[in-house]
Design a protein around this ligand. Sequence first.
Ligand code: PAF
Length: 285
Amino acid sequence: MIKVTSEVQTITQMTRDLPSPLALVPTMGALHEGHLALIRRARQLVGPDGTVAISIFVNPIQFDRASDLTNYPRPLKSDLALCERAGVDLAFTPQKDFFYHSDHSVIVTESLLSKGLCGSIRPGHFDGVLTVVIKLFNLLQPTLAIFGEKDFQQINLIRRMVRDLNIPVEIVGHPTIREPDGLALSSRNIRLTQEHREDAPRIQRSLSAASDLAVTGEQDPAAYLRSAKKHLLANAPDGFSIEYLELIDAESMQAVSLLTKPALLATACYYGGIRLIDHVVIQDH
Ligand code: PAF
């Protein structure tokens, strides 16, 4: 496996010489089974002779809280060992000072789909995500890039950026990988206390219980939100809170007054200082 840390200037030349197609798995490290599933998918898509590249970079400009950035896990050595075992060909682990010029002043901003959900709570977050992703695309020039669908708003925004800025890369979404008890895999899960970890599957259970209303033909968004909120808060442990709970059109990401198309019931919840997100797509109504 080739490891590139700081030579940002040479990475483009290097990736040009690697066998194509090249699939990129962008990450912020603290790799778990969800990332490994993305790496396996990447290999499947490029075949044994193509190139699987991963980027590991805790992107400072997408964090809206300094404490979240400071506390974000960075187990780089074990991440690289995992990549090696998973058959990754190239690991790009840039250092902040090489990646962003000290006076960098250009960012990518999306002005519609980024307004709700995480975007409304975390100002600047998606500007940071889109900016790092377009920089990774420019540096590594992947044929395709794979993102987890857990971050539904993120992948929708990346697709929109690729479409609107004519970036020649195919975006592949991979379904959310879950623990056996239903908790969506996230690098943040390891920071939960034992009590909170045991309770955390309530998020998926609550969304899924609410989405069951679809079989009754329910079309009123308020009914879904009431049900999800009731389940989320029932006997919740100390430290649990809901940051947002929203029901939006899965494509436009705008609030809906009546469910007539696939919709997204999405939430962000806190266990103490740990923020977890999850969603269900409501198809049948
Ligand atoms: O989903 C993530 O891990 C990050 O937001 C990404 C896409 C790697 C950009 O930093």
